[in-house]
Write a protein that binds this ligand. Structure first.
Ligand SMILES: Cc1cc2nc3c(=O)[nH]c(=O)nc-3n(C[C@H](O)[C@H](O)[C@H](O)COP(=O)(O)O)c2cc1C
Length: 208
């Protein structure tokens, strides 16, 4: 049976449940799934596919980017997908970045205040600005799919500097914007996106 790793990192806790939901959806296709924090991953040799997830924390979580860089060579052999949690995304209509398809939770993007002229903050929160560093980290390999979803923000869990950054730059109200339908729908498509389904003789597809 093929084995998939869902490796995640979190800053304030909410990405953990997202990683579990992603793992559950993949497992429904009959694949064996391990859901682990990045720090507990010993190696990737045992896996046929890897999903790495983490939140935007002034850029994608540094540990997640570091993990991608560290295992860059392994991703030449093992198909990779990435998911990103965030609270601020400018509506630009982008559906791919650098040739990589990006699935965006449609409830998240906010239209710019003025058509055709983005503010500094709106430029910062463009999908391409968020995703490019991820693609740099995996170069020359490209992830098969990137998912971008609304996360959860609770000021009470944060230190003062984090609250300041979020209030000034992200300008997102506190709350839980995790869209489980969107998350699960993206995750259900991963066995196919990672090419872990094998064709059956009758032409139907079956997960190996
Ligand atoms: C210090 C800090 C920086 C953040 N930076 C961004 C950001 O640059 N863009 C964004 O969309 N969301 C940003 N967020 C929102 C988080 O990505 C979001 O709350 C996420 O769901 C947190 O996941 P976690 O609970 O697993 O840590 C930031 C949150 C914090 C606390």
């Amino acid at each position: 049976m093929k084995r998939i790793l869902v490796a995640y990192v979190t800053f304030a806790g909410s990405t953990v449940d997202v990683a579990r939901a992603v793992g559950e959806e993949i497992a429904k296709s009959g694949l064996q799934v391990d859901v682990l924090p990045l720090g507990e991953v010993k190696g990737l040799e045992a896996y046929d596919g890897v999903v790495v997830g983490g939140p935007m924390i002034m850029g994608w979580h540094r540990a997640a980017l570091g993990f991608l860089r560290k295992h860059r060579e392994a991703f030449r052999r093992i198909p990779l997908a990435v998911f990103v949690m965030g609270m601020s995304l400018t509506q630009t209509g982008e559906t791919s970045v650098g040739g990589v398809p990006v699935y965006v939770d449609e409830k998240l993007p906010k239209p710019p205040e003025k058509e055709g002229r983005l503010t500094l903050r709106e430029r910062y929160a463009r999908l391409s600005n968020y995703v490019r560093p991820i693609l740099m980290a995996t170069r020359p390999v490209k992830p098969a799919s990137v998912g971008f979803f609304g996360g959860r923000l609770e000021y009470g869990r944060l230190k003062w500097w984090a609250v300041l950054f979020v209030m000034v730059i992200i300008q997102a109200p506190a709350g839980d914007r995790r869209n489980w339908t969107a998350i699960r729908s993206w995750a259900a498509g991963l066995p196919a996106a990672l090419q872990l389904e094998t064709p059956k003789a009758d032409g139907l597809t079956q997960v190996a």
